[in-house]
Write a protein that binds this ligand. Structure first.
Ligand code: PGA
Length: 235
């Protein structure tokens, strides 16, 4: 089965960057090994959609609001994301949990809003270093999962992203990943993709993608350079 490779640009990129980054990725055709989702910042969705229109790349957003519309200054609804061409949305990223105080109940509501608009939510979960060092990583992640996952869970993707591995250059070990993904798999059952995220790069992607129950990767920093991202896609 193809692996899902999701690029999370975070708050990076410009219109010119979008063109320059996506052109070689589209040119080189997508790998038969992978399905690709590009998640730029909101203002670049339109440009990215136009560039990717006839390609096999999918468009995703980095967040959505849980309400359909209304007085929510600065927020974006799932229905508008759909109109902009998105078929995926990341919800509950640890940076949203930290900087925007998002909790599991809110993240679940966002996932439901996405599903209601035919968008696949990529629900992020993961423990911090303190929790890992205290031996509570598995129970913490499974609690997050149980509180974030909507009833219609088959429409969701899970991304396990240990916070201590995000943007640090220090990905989780293969044993850590295998252990956590097995726990998540036992909880969600088959038919749901489970991604790993946290310092995935051109060097470690291939081995991470061969770990049992790893159906793809969520890539931050390494998705911002075309050659590096192409290496990951063609792991
Ligand atoms: P990173 O980010 O690949 O830069 O560690 C991953 C993420 O936050 O999704």
């Amino acid at each position: 089965m193809k692996k899902l490779i999701v690029a999370n640009w975070k708050m990076n990129g410009t219109a010119i960057f979008t063109q320059k980054l996506l052109a070689p990725i589209i040119d080189k055709k997508t790998s038969p090994l992978s399905e690709i989702v590009i998640c730029p910042p909101f203002p670049l969705l339109h440009a990215a959609h136009n560039i990717m229109r006839d390609s096999q790349l999918h468009l995703g957003a980095q967040d959505c609001h849980h309400e359909p519309s209304g007085a929510f200054t600065g927020n974006v609804s799932a229905s508008l994301l759909k109109e902009m061409g998105c078929s995926f949305v990341i919800v509950g990223h640890s940076e949203r949990r930290l900087h925007h105080h998002e909790n599991n109940a809110l993240i679940k509501a966002k996932a439901i809003a996405a599903i209601n608009n035919n968008i696949t939510p990529i629900i992020c979960i993961g423990e911090n270093l303190e929790v890992r060092n205290s031996g509570q990583a598995i129970s913490t992640v499974i609690k997050q999962l149980s509180e974030c996952l909507p009833e219609s869970k088959s429409s969701c993707i899970i991304a396990y992203e240990p916070i201590w591995a995000i943007g640090t250059g220090m990905s989780a070990t293969e044993d850590n990943i295998a252990e956590m993904h097995k726990e998540i798999r036992d909880f969600v059952g088959t038919g749901i993709k489970i991604l790993y995220g946290g310092s995935v790069n051109a060097k470690n992607a291939a081995s991470i993608l061969t770990i049992d129950n790893v159906d793809g990767v969520l890539v931050g920093g390494a998705s911002l350079q075309a050659d590096t991202f192409l290496e990951i896609i063609n792991y």
